[in-house]
Every structure is written in structure tokens, then in C-alpha cells.
Design a protein around this ligand. Structure first.
Ligand SMILES: *Cc1c(COP(=O)(O)O)cnc(C)c1O
Length: 230
């Protein structure tokens, strides 16, 4: 059953790429597995998916321990500085870097572990009060400060858009994030590339792909609704 869900999402991504004149290989599907049991992750793994996204550090590290080693783990949830040490060196990409202080902590930990941490900067494009993230206005400034930190690479930008009835309402936010990444790229800042645009979730990933997403983070459409009360 989960295999069918994966296929359908992949088909939707392909179709959106066609409409936008893009190649499907440009878009990586990240299966967002927070709250889901490992047997369901394995079911999705068996379809060929190797990128999984998690929000909570403890759940993430527990799953890393027991699941196949060729999985690329993506930390997509809000990250507290005191938890950084548990994930640096273990995850492929941290999507949710929303402050210089957090980036400094990641850098420090990466130096300590003699590794390099790839990160995205989270931008609260829609300026939602209850969400974390940099603003469209201050991101450039933060990029310049974070780029000089050792053992850290800025690979692009991430946003979480509002939950809306009609995903078309979020198209403008995807465009704004893409434009910001173009603006940052044009500055040719050392140690900064803007190859990754992580945007689009179950409700709006199709629109996000049309607007240039290179990573989509899809949970519900693959695993079904989440139950947080268990
Ligand atoms: C939970 C979550 C997702 C996946 O959301 P769905 O609507 O279930 O696809 C994507 N990104 C972030 C940051 C999330 O927290």
C-alpha cells in the first residue's frame, strides 16, 4: 500500500516536471517519516527511496541505529543547540538552520568531529508568527556571517509554507524563495552554493516542483495521517 503511495507521488513529481520543462532527476523525494514505525520506513525503503526526513532528534537517532546504513537522513524539524551534538556526522543535511547561533554550534560540533556539515537555511517566507526561520530580508546578511564558519557548507534554502486549502496560494512563496536563492547565488559568496531548494509538502509539493523545488518533503501522502497521541 505504501509502495502505491510512493509511486503516485513520484508520478505527480514527474508530471509537474514535464509541465515546467524540468528533468525529474532534478527533484529528490524525501519521505517524511516522523511518528511512523520502522516497519513502515522499511516498506518505503524497499521501493527504492533512500532519503528520509525526521523532525525530532531522539526519534531520528533511534531510527538511524536500526535502519539500513545507506539511508540519507534529513533533519527537517526545529533544532535546539543542545541537541546538535547528537546529529552532526549522522545526517546528510540539516534543513532547519534558522539562526547564526545554531549555525555556530553546528560548526563547532563538526570541527570537533572532524567532519563537514551540509546545511540549508530555513526562511519563513510567509512570515507566519508560529514558525521558525529567517526572514526574506535578513537571510542574505546571515548567509554572509554563516559562510565564514569552519566545517559548514550552505547548500541552499528551505521553507515550510502555510497549510492552505488551495496550494496555488503558496505559489508566490515558492517563487520568492527561488528568487532569493538566485539573488544569493549572484553574490558569489565563498563556501555558499544555492543548489538546493527544499520546499513543498503533501499539500503543495506539485506547485513547489513547478516553481523549482529540488527537494520535496512528503509525509502524509506516503505514510498516511500522523497520530501524535500514541
Ligand atoms: C511534517 C513535515 C513535513 C511533511 O508534511 P506532510 O504534510 O505530512 O507532507 C515536511 N516538512 C516539515 C518541516 C515537516 O515538519
Amino acid at each position: 500500500m505504501l509502495a502505491e503511495n510512493v509511486k503516485e507521488v513520484q508520478k505527480n513529481i514527474e508530471d509537474a516536471c514535464k509541465r515546467a520543462g524540468r528533468k525529474p532527476e532534478e527533484v529528490e523525494l524525501i519521505a517524511v517519516s516522523k511518528t511512523k514505525p520502522v516497519d513502515q520506513l522499511l516498506e518505503v525503503y524497499d521501493t527504492g527511496i533512500r532519503a528520509f526526513g525526521e523532525n525530532y532528534v531522539q526519534e531520528l537517532t533511534e531510527k538511524i541505529e536500526v535502519l539500513p546504513k545507506d539511508i540519507r537522513w534529513h533533519m527537517i524539524g526545529h533544532l535546539q543547540r543542545n541537541k546538535v551534538k547528537y546529529i552532526v556526522g549522522k545526517v546528510a543535511l540539516i534543513h532547519s538552520v534558522d539562526s547564526l547561533r545554531l549555525a555556530e554550534e553546528i560548526s563547532k560540533e563538526a570541527v570537533k568531529k572532524n567532519t563537514c556539515a551540509d546545511i540549508l537555511l530555513e526562511v519563513n517566507v510567509a512570515q507566519e508568527e508560529n514558525k521558525f526561520g529567517l526572514t526574506l530580508e535578513n537571510t542574505m546578511e546571515e548567509v554572509e556571517k554563516i559562510a565564514v564558519l569552519p566545517n559548514i557548507h550552505i547548500k541552499g534554502l528551505m521553507t515550510s509554507t502555510p497549510f492552505v486549502e488551495n496550494p496555488e496560494e503558496n505559489r508566490k512563496y515558492f517563487r520568492q524563495l527561488r528568487q532569493l536563492s538566485v539573488d544569493i547565488n549572484e553574490k558569489n559568496i565563498d563556501n555558499v552554493c544555492m543548489d538546493i531548494l527544499s520546499m513543498g509538502m503533501t499539500n503543495d509539493y506539485i506547485v513547489a516542483v513547478e516553481e523549482g523545488a529540488t527537494m520535496v518533503r512528503v509525509g502524509t501522502a506516503i505514510f498516511g495521517a500522523r497520530n501524535y497521541n500514541k
